[in-house]
Write a protein that binds this ligand. Sequence first.
Ligand SMILES: [Zn+2]
Ligand SMILES: [Zn+2]
Length: 397
Amino acid sequence: MSADELKHRATAEVDRLAPTLVALSRDLHAHPELMFEEVHAHRALTDVIEAEGLNVERHAHGLDTAFRADAGDTGPIVAVCCEYDALEEIGHACGHNVIAAAGLGAGLAAAAIAVAAGGRIRLLGTPAEEGGNGKGLMFTDGAFADVDAALMVHPGDRDFDRMTTLAVSIVDVTYLGHASHAAAAPWLGRNALDAAVNAYNAVSTLRQQLAPDQRVHGGFESVPTRSNVIPERVSMRWVCRGATMTSMRSVLSRMIACLKGGGEAAGCEVDLGKPREGSQVLDNDPLVGCYVANAAVDGRTHVAPGPATGHVFGSTDMGIISRNIPSIHPVIGLAPEGVALHERAFAAAAGSTDGDRAVIDGAKAMARTVVDIWLDAELRSTAWEQLRTDNAADPMS
Ligand SMILES: [Zn+2]
Ligand SMILES: [Zn+2]
């Protein structure tokens, strides 16, 4: 069967599934769940997969709310990732309900034609994108073994061929001082809260000297609640980011100097955790081009993010997957221009008819891309070549 015929069948399959996919997107939107607690989403997604006749492994790869479903007998393996975690208080303000439903549609449509096409599809439910590194944990457990390409789409305010993702590092720091009576003998104390505030202020001044792609932000994890005792222990979490590993690491070393200096000034011990690094997404150009062409069929015109076109910023656990497997992480528009991720207005858009349209268009564009990857050996080898080049340009270690 030709690529065109297979794509036609995949598109028709998404159309057949459309009411189910849209209902699922709306259902997840109405039941937002935090990372690693996506019980409702896990059940809803796996029930649909089973009802469509696929074997699905629930609680896959050691994670309660992960799943995996494989289809096809032989040939190249394409993985499609479904995210479905939400955010505290602001719900699906990252639109992961749309990611889940679009991924499900693409996976089921591809499964329906896998044998005829001579390819294999792996539908992965990847929990805890918002800070839990779900995909990283699943990768370590072998969820992406033998995969030739990994696909997903992320919602945004426009159709971008890629997201402006940033490499990231998370550092936990605890300041250890000495408790004493705040009035009777303050001179005997060493104030851990002062150490943390010193560090916070030092980072705030550092921000003025950062490049446009660099970010530093932090928060207090545990703070003293008594005012009559010199605080002896305060914990913070700090995050720094940059467009490349090199850029991110240059901020990291300057941020750590601020964290240490704050402690030293207050005479406190600084217990610094090991930085936990994540990569920016290495968007695989050959596969990006393929996706963009397949999305154009439904009238979606993609642009590259930049000063003239705008950006959708973020860091994601898809970064580590993209370091190891040719991957795409395009942005599918569903919100009014200028509405950013993690805004309440974005949550509203993710549950609107524009969100529903993104589910269907995203599913179709990915399903057609799967067909191209299955059938085109040259595309696959060019994609792997590109991955090697991108890795060498900004190594992870
Ligand atoms: Zn998010
Ligand atoms: Zn997101």
